[in-house]
Design a protein around this ligand. Structure first.
Ligand SMILES: [Zn+2]
Length: 95
């Protein structure tokens, strides 16, 4: 995990694994509101033994993730993005 800081914006990247191309950015708006954004490609290892790359682009209020480690916060944001994803291997029929 790498954390890059400047006064207004902090970016966290994660090590090898499903999150390796996801960046978590945290910043404070000029109105003083904390924001979090997860962006990148998340690798899903699906139940059919395949890998899928899912585009993540999710912004949330930092207050909703207060006190979490970056890796836990990014898990939540990725979870929001995956709610709308369905496995293309699953065509709705039982095999
Ligand atoms: Zn699949």
């Amino acid at each position: 995990m790498t954390i890059t800081k400047n006064p207004r914006r902090e970016t966290v990247t994660f090590g090898p694994g499903a999150l390796e191309s996801i960046k978590l950015t945290t910043w404070t708006t000029k109105h003083g509101v904390g924001k979090l954004k997860a962006a990148g490609d998340f690798t899903v290892y699906c139940g059919y033994g395949n890998e899928h790359s899912v585009r993540i682009d999710e912004t949330s209020a930092a207050a909703d993730h207060e006190g979490l480690e970056p890796s836990a916060a990014v898990d939540e944001l990725v979870g929001y993005s995956l709610e709308g994803w369905s496995d293309p291997c699953d065509d709705g029929t039982e095999s």
